[in-house]
Design a binder for this molecule. Sequence first.
Ligand code: CMC
Length: 377
Amino acid sequence: MTEDIKKGLAGVVVDYTAISKVNPETNSLLYRGYPVQDLAAAKSFEEVALLLWNGELPSEVECSEFCAFERANRALDSRVKAAIDLLPVDCHPMDTARTAVSVIGANHPLASDSSPEAELRKAKELFAAFPAVVAYDQRRRRGLDLVEPREDLNYAQNFLWMTFGEEAAEEVVDAFRVSMVLYAEHSFNASTFAARVITSTLADLHSAVTGAIGALKGPLHGGANEAVMHTFDEIGIDKNESREEAAARAKAWMEKALSEKKKVMGFGHRVYKHGDSRVPTMKAALDRMIEYYSRDEILGLYDGLQVAMDEAKGIQPNLDYPAGPTYHLMGFDTEMFTPLFIAARITGWTSHIMEQRASNALIRPLSAYNGPEQRSF
Ligand code: CMC
């Protein structure tokens, strides 16, 4: 009997969600009904987080209460720092992130309390605490000490402060904020679905987030933003090169890669087939960073690859394509890009964890067996 197998669950609708809507026909993405590009143009990441969790944009009072809470919960817990210090400095930062979330969960006084109030509190605390994990991990890889958070700075400003030990320019803070808003949520992607599967067994929130981090690490998902930068590095970044020269080399690289049937990370999407709704907003932020840092050759590499891919296969960039070089220009090591994605997606994951728990059914699909018939040994 041949079964109707939906490999990769492609095209399968597994549940309802009220958190976000991806519409591939119109290349649009709504968070709780609001177009993501409108949110990125006008709202702080803190406001977007509250929107995802609560379903509505916060009032001024709700917003300032949450901001005070977030600012008060930023410090790196000494137990988390001790666990990170046990890890090799050259392990992948996604491994550090996964371990840190697990340690935060193991030490949480509400670890086994999955009431809606406890879940929301844990989600908000994780949102506030996670940037210090990424910032400290970036610094220890460079032989630098921890930088304490500053309560006078907003989320994006403080994230960059803890990472680089200096206040970032307004332009840089804004591009970083935009990336966080765009990365926050994207319906039933692989890591979110992993979080929902884990939640469906009635496991705790930190277990679900830890599992989601594992799913995000792969280059077919979050790891693609790093992989984009590896492509740029392989082509070679030459700060003295003109935009046109860089574009020509990138185009030649892409043509060769495609003739060798390589998959080029940062292009293509399971849902969007005519372009990723988040790309124009992120590309505009990248353009501002290119101008701010006077790095036209990066634009040349970007355009060269994109044009060659479009001409050869008509495949469009996804969000990871402009996000990778943006983080590079800001000064993050390439391996830190996917942990930045986690910082943003904690909002989406935890919203889905709460939604799954509120209307739970154990996620347990069937398989069609194609191994040997019953036999004896
Ligand atoms: N480079 C070259 N060819 C590609 C690419 C690419 N990036 N993406 C798709 N194709 C080709 C693929 O080879 C296949 O061609 P053919 O039919 O001739 O065999 C066709 O397009 C369909 O590809 P697919 O992999 O079967 O399609 P999918 O819907 O399963 O894949 C994808 C979606 C994201 C896994 C895939 O496009 C891909 O591997 N892209 C690169 C990785 C990447 O950038 N991932 C980030 C995704 S968006 C951010 C996120 O969610 O984390």
